[in-house]
Write a protein that binds this ligand. Structure first.
Ligand SMILES: [Zn+2]
Length: 205
């Protein structure tokens, strides 16, 4: 039974080798290459892969597959103003914008308005001056999108009320766990330091 990572890699290489690659933008393939190198659990790699290839089962995607057919089920559950697709849910929803704004504020970074998908991923990683440290460059991006997705599922399946600041707290915690666990950095970078100045932790890692 192959591990998830081995399975993912085989998917990636078969994607490259088959004619499907013709239909996947070169930029997306480059982004997915960078995704591999990030130090996150393999299920987060799978999530990132699906998001960047637009393969997440959003409400619009389920509608296209004939699974969700009632138009009342299609709006985004975080704002109820637009149909839920990946671009909206993760990047242009007022809720996710509030989350990103808090996260960028925490990092002391800015991103141009309107960026989404793989372009957002690249721009985000380029904010960090960590040459040869691709393993940490996208941690917070993945923690942010993962926690927006988790929140969206909690709203749908558990009736949770969306709260951007709770999501931001979860992003700080997830990214710290991913940052500290692989290299035993926990002693050097306590959670309080990560919350206060994650950028220094990343740059000095
Ligand atoms: Zn929305």
């Amino acid at each position: 039974m192959p591990t998830t990572l081995a399975w993912l890699k085989s998917c990636y290489f078969s994607l490259l080798e088959t004619r499907q690659a013709e239909y996947v933008e070169e930029n997306v393939l480059e982004v997915i290459k960078r995704l591999w190198k990030t130090d996150v659990p393999s299920k987060i790699n799978v999530f990132g892969w699906r998001l960047l290839l637009n393969k997440l089962p959003t409400r619009t995607a389920l509608n296209r597959r004939g699974i969700l057919t009632n138009s009342h089920d299609l709006p985004c559950v975080c704002c109820f103003k637009q149909l839920e697709d990946s671009a909206h849910l993760f990047f242009s929803c007022s809720f996710s914008k509030e989350v990103w704004s808090n996260v960028l504020n925490w990092l002391g970074k800015t991103l141009p308005l309107g960026a989404e998908g793989w372009y957002h991923f690249i721009l985000f990683g380029d904010q960090f001056n960590v040459k040869d440290k691709g393993r940490v460059r996208y941690l917070v991006w993945l923690a942010t999108t993962w926690n927006i997705w988790k929140l969206r599922n909690l709203v749908i399946f558990k009736g949770v009320i969306p709260d951007a600041l709770s999501v931001v707290d979860a992003i700080k915690l997830f990214s710290w766990v991913w940052f500290t666990n692989p290299y035993g950095r926990k002693a050097c970078y306590p959670f309080s330091s990560w919350c206060l100045d994650s950028l220094s932790c990343i740059q000095n890692s």
